[in-house]
Ligand binder design. Sequence first.
Ligand SMILES: Cc1ncc(COP(=O)(O)O)c(C=O)c1O
Length: 376
Amino acid sequence: MTGIVTFDGAPPEGTINLGIGQPSPDLLPVDLVAKASQSFFDNAQPLELNYGVTEGDERFLYSLAAFLTEGYSSEVTFDQLFVTGGNSQALDLMSVVFANAGDTVFVEEPSYFLAFQIFHDHGLNIVGIPIDDDGLCVDALQQELKSHDPAFLYTIPSYQNPGGQCTTEARRRRIVELAEAHDFLIVADEVYQLLYFYDAPPPAYGTMAASGRVLSLGSFSKILAPGMRLGWIQTNEDLRSKIIANGFVNSGGSINHISSHIVRQTIDNGTLDSHITHLRNVYRRRVAAMDEALHEHFDSIAKWTRPDGGYFFWMRFDESVDTTPLREKARELQTGFQAGAVFSSKGQLSHYLRLSFAHYNEDDIREGIARMRPLF
Ligand SMILES: Cc1ncc(COP(=O)(O)O)c(C=O)c1O
């Protein structure tokens, strides 16, 4: 546990806060990025420091298309892609381009709590649709479509945050059919799609971009480094042209031109692939450590499913438990978690909590969980 700094500031010395969903410092590949930057700047022309093409530099889009074609085992073409500053920025852009204040958006219940804030910033109304072990519940979606006309559905299909599960391929296809029938868009946050530790998850929504209903958001935050602030949207020509026409994009050109050049080097020289393989190996071991520690300490009082990818364990306690006030006590015990209630758009789920295995090594994970046990 050394020098851990998150964007919220460092946790107090000695604390193991398993609520932090960010990579540990040893998984942030400084050398790899330094070498890629060097090789880019060694050959850079002055033009590379200009704005950059709105949808993204074509050389990067070609490299990204090749990377995704390999990663998704399905052809991705460069003209389906648009460069973003990561999925947070892309969610903001989706809220501007494809919704108006007062519109309804569907989210999963539970879902990524910081997305709620982005949607609220734009005056959007949020309606939660339940998920189960197979992902988004299609029956519940159909039910809600009877009384709402959503601008879009926001879904995290693979290794959901916080649930950890994947929506099955059959459900994904059915959801696209419903989007076609009811004329809404699917904003698929595929930030964990390539972060699998065993078999690949069901096909990305990006592979269904031709439907004209799908905006697949991808990011280098979980597979390279959040600080690159680089991601992409995969969609069809019509939806892409609507994004390109946005005022902010028009004024500023490529959303992250220099980062895209640096990441292009890591794709082309194979170091990104090796890094992802390394991440999968490390996280697989951490998942095993967390699962083991949870069985040792929480078997009799909580339920969870061991995730096959992503960053998170989602734990359910008896309904009499409220995890929110326990966070303060957890701090006193030098441990931490995210309380379940923040992931609910309905003010529910207070008997759940989320743990991340991304920010600490196996020993710290075991220790952090042992420290949590006296809270319950
Ligand atoms: C579901 C989900 N979406 C988006 C993000 C943030 O993505 P980015 O770093 O690309 O902005 C996260 C990070 O925790 C996440 O879990």
